[in-house]
Ligand binder design. Structure first.
Ligand code: MN
Length: 454
């Protein structure tokens, strides 16, 4: 029952007394500014960047040439059947990308009859005041929706089938639908209207547009990253030997929420001691002991976009020489990978650079084998609306505007010693920009921060 409209994020301007108070309560630094709420939907909506979504729709239609794209919105999830634990609604990413609307049960229809004949129609369910007592205000097929969405033609959803039949006979070319996320009811409509037509999955086409982030997406990602950093810093500052992993998780996620996170981007990993070597450990029930390393892989989602950040630190605030040696090799490997990021390189190239560096600088650190034998996952992946965002294949050339993670690690199971350092990086025309580096990365910076907190 979340919001209706999402946002144009303006990280400018003052946030008023409430925001100032919230910032004062927050242990973490970095005031995050305020965003402009949508007056028609108090406490729910965020403004849509109507120019950005219109440009994305145009880009899609240009790729289609002649044809139809039909994209259903997500539906409210069922508390009794689906065991939802955060919100009972999150928009599907394809619908969001082309609308930035968080409204449910809607449809978006795009038709292209050639490069100069593009049409967008948004279908919305009628408003229902009785239901809105439960759900809060909803966007309906009226002038408010037209203004907030920037889509001129907004129709009630009961006219959907009629309009689709009209489009079917007017527009030649394939019909693109995100087939992998359509429900049985949606398929019934599509099969009814487009039987015998060339119906294709929209995902590949739509996902390829999402690889390079536009300015609005980058603003959302930066904000998600800043919020995530605030949570990591708060967790480092609060950590003490003897704390349970879930207590650290609580501080971390409080840092996210206090700074406006919509939810976590993925289940928070807080792995101490031996758990630091389990890549996707998210049970978080162990009690930490003096001398443990704690690996925290966690990030916030904001405005539909999520960061992906990992820090590893000693629970008592001081690295042992052994921990520092392993940590510094991971850190140097990450730095070498970062220094190699530039347009035209590939994830496969970066992987090779990282693996080679780690192998050649292992000395006897990891025993008989070189340490790259314990770097058992890929170097990184794109982020965006999905934490493992639309995949840029390993051999595809990186382009400015792509955002990737760099996350080398070494996991020595027998020692119960795992280190991963993960940062989010924007590919720029000349190289790369760290987005998450405000969370301390070097052992000296981590120790300084943790000392200051006690
Ligand atoms: Mn990751």
């Amino acid at each position: 029952m979340r919001s209706v409209v999402a946002l144009l994020l303006l990280v400018t301007g003052g946030g008023g007394a409430a925001a100032a108070a919230a910032q004062a309560r927050t242990a973490a630094p970095a005031p995050l500014g305020a965003w402009t709420p949508t007056p028609e939907l108090p406490g729910m909506g965020r403004p849509v960047d109507t120019a950005a979504v219109a440009a994305r729709r145009r880009a899609l239609l240009q790729r289609i040439g002649r044809g139809i794209a039909l994209i259903p919105a997500s539906h409210e999830r069922d508390l009794e059947k689906e065991y939802i634990q955060d919100n009972d609604f999150r928009q599907n990413n394809t619908f969001f990308y082309f609308t930035e609307l968080e409204t449910q049960d809607a449809w978006l229809l795009l038709t292209a009859r050639g490069p100069d004949s593009l049409e967008t129609v948004l279908f919305l369910p009628p408003r229902n005041p009785g239901q809105e007592r439960w759900t809060g205000l909803r966007l309906g097929p009226d002038s408010v929706a037209t203004r907030l969405s920037g889509i001129a033609t907004v129709l009630p959803v009961d006219s959907l089938e009629r309009r689709l039949f009209a489009a079917r006979f007017r527009v030649r070319g394939p019909v693109y639908v995100p087939l992998d996320v359509t429900t049985r009811d949606e398929r019934r409509v599509i099969d009814l209207v487009f039987s015998g037509q060339d119906v294709r999955n929209l995902r590949q086409l739509a996902d390829s547009l999402r690889e390079v982030k536009d300015a609005d997406e980058l603003a959302r990602l930066r904000r998600a990253v800043d919020i995530s950093v605030a949570g990591h810093v708060a967790a480092m500052q609060a950590a003490r030997p003897g704390m349970y992993e879930y207590e650290i998780e609580a501080v971390l996620e409080a840092g996210f929420r206090r700074n406006g996170a919509d939810r976590v981007g993925y289940p928070s990993i807080v792995g101490s001691g031996p758990n630091s070597t389990t890549l996707h450990y998210d049970v978080n029930r162990r009690q930490t002991r003096d001398g443990d390393l704690v690996l925290v892989d966690a990030a916030a989602e904001w405005g539909q976009y999520t960061a992906d950040v990992t820090r590893t630190w000693p629970v008592n605030g001081k690295f042992t020489p052994r921990q520092k040696a392993v940590y510094d090799l991971v850190l140097a490997t990450q730095q070498v990978a970062f220094d190699s990021v530039r347009p035209g390189t590939t994830m496969r190239d970066l992987n090779r650079v990282a693996q080679t560096y780690m192998r050649e600088h292992s000395a006897k650190l990891c025993g008989d084998q070189t340490c790259d034998a314990y770097f058992i996952h890929g170097l990184g992946h794109p982020i965006g609306m999905d934490v493992h965002d639309v995949t840029v294949p390993g051999r595809q050339k990186l382009e400015p505007g792509m955002v990737i993670t760099l996350e080398p690690g070494i996991y020595l199971v027998e020692e119960g010693l795992g280190v991963r350092i993960e940062d989010d990086v924007l590919v720029t025309p000349t190289g790369a920009e760290w987005l998450s580096a405000k969370a301390p990365r070097t052992t000296a910076d981590i120790e300084r921060l943790m000392r200051g907190g006690r």
